[in-house]
Design a protein around this ligand. Structure first.
Ligand code: KG4
Ligand code: ZN
Length: 379
């Protein structure tokens, strides 16, 4: 039995988790900063790092307590060292280094994007991450481990900062098939949500509004970028903006008022005259259509045995449903929504596989805010 403590602070969630053999979650604690950043309509980097400073120690302590393990029981500490916000990453990396030094434990540096994929290695019926301060939800009985993902596989990673389509032939063996050439899928959700006067983060807000609208109400463009597996969402975002402007012109909102209201996270009064649910549903359908079709083509061309979804946008219900339906008979693995968004269990899982291959980071491990996939930890 190998126990790894994972630590995650790349953006606005402070996370710590203890995972057994890379698959079984013993504890998973997340302190979300969403409420702090909501007033800014996005993540405010300095506030994020200062908040990590406040919460990291209680989060790690709770993860150890919930798991019922002692420092002597651990085999390694895994930490996200990039990509992400430099000030946020620094908090997690320094705490991980201090703990590794104090308890004489090996340290493993983990790529945040790659770790998102490992949410698919975690046992699906594991308890959802617990918020800091709340009691852990214990499953009635230990769930039987699901079969491990099978290589070669195609992974679609869709988060607030990344949209990547990868072919994975083994652990750490990637071929990048395609990526976004402008906005990330989650970024598009967040920007369009703001445009429609919906809250932050945009993904869940769009999904909720879309449930009351029709996906056929507006025919928004799909950027197919033929002959590539790349994505583009900025044209779609502009199309939604143009449609909103047309409605505003019809209801006669003055342009200055329009501008200032559109950047606010509050619902502007004139938005009540705009069919927000229809716009949200039509936008969501356009994003999902392209993500699913490109993944389907990639899986077919590479003869992938499975398709794995990962990242915050993989929590989207329509994406999960359409991907499963349109990829059949190729099996699609989708982690539970709470494991799709940022948390430390996938960090511990990937850390386990790297640890078992003998990878170790030195005590001079540095953060790399622009870390790319396939780059070894330094030194
Ligand atoms: O992976 P994640 O938690 O953080 C990053 O590494 O970026 O992803 C956050 C992104 C945000 O853009 C958020 O709007 C999006 O995931 N998201 C969703 C949903 N839940 C979160 N997008 C669409 N539908 C959702 N249900
Ligand atoms: Zn993430």
């Amino acid at each position: 039995m190998t126990l790894v403590l994972g630590i995650e602070t790349s953006c606005d969630e402070t996370g710590a988790a203890v995972v057994e053999n890379g698959r079984r979650i013993l504890s998973n604690v997340v302190a979300s900063q969403i409420d702090l950043h909501r007033q800014y309509g996005g993540v405010f980097p300095e506030i994020a790092s200062r908040q990590h400073i406040l919460t990291i120690v209680p989060v790690v302590q709770q993860a150890m307590r919930d798991a019922g393990v002692d420092w002597r029981d651990l085999d390694a500490i895994a930490v996200t060292y990039g990509p992400g916000l430099a000030g946020s990453l620094l908090v997690g990396v320094n705490v991980a280094k201090a703990l590794a030094f104090a308890y004489n434990l090996p340290l493993v540096g983990v790529n945040h994007i790659e770790a998102h994929i490992y949410a698919n290695w975690l046992v699906p019926t594991a308890p959802a991450p617990t918020d800091l301060g709340s009691a852990p939800e214990r499953p009635a009985q230990t769930p039987a481990p699901a079969p491990e993902p099978q290589f070669p596989l195609v992974a679609l990673i869709v988060s607030g900062g990344h949209t990547e389509l990868l072919l994975m032939t083994d652990h750490s063996q990637f071929k990048r098939l395609g990526a976004t050439i402008d906005d990330a899928a989650g970024e598009a959700f967040d920007k369009v949500a703001r445009l429609l006067g919906l809250g932050f983060p945009g993904g869940p807000a769009i999904q909720q509004a879309a449930s009351r609208g029709s996906a056929e109400a507006f025919q928004f463009p799909r950027a197919w970028l033929k002959g590539t597996y790349d994505f583009s969402f900025s044209g779609l975002k502009t199309a939604v903006l143009r449609t909103v402007r047309k409605y505003e012109a019809r209801v006669g909102a003055p342009s200055t008022e329009r501008k200032s209201k559109l950047v606010s996270s509050q619902t502007p009064p004139m938005m009540h005259q705009i069919p927000v649910p229809h716009l949200a549903a039509s936008f969501q359908a356009a994003v999902v259509d392209v993500l699913v079709e490109k993944t389907r083509q990639a899986a077919e061309a590479t003869k992938a045995r499975q398709v794995l979804l990962a990242g915050g946008v993989a929590a989207n219900a329509l994406l999960r449903k359409e991907m499963t339906a349109r990829l059949a008979p190729v099996p699609v693995l989708v982690p539970p929504p709470a494991l799709c968004t940022d948390n430390a269990a996938p960090i511990a899982s990937l850390g386990y596989f790297r640890f078992m291959r003998g990878e170790r980071a030195g005590h001079d491990l540095d953060v790399n805010p622009n870390l790319r996939l396939g780059v070894a930890p330094t030194p």
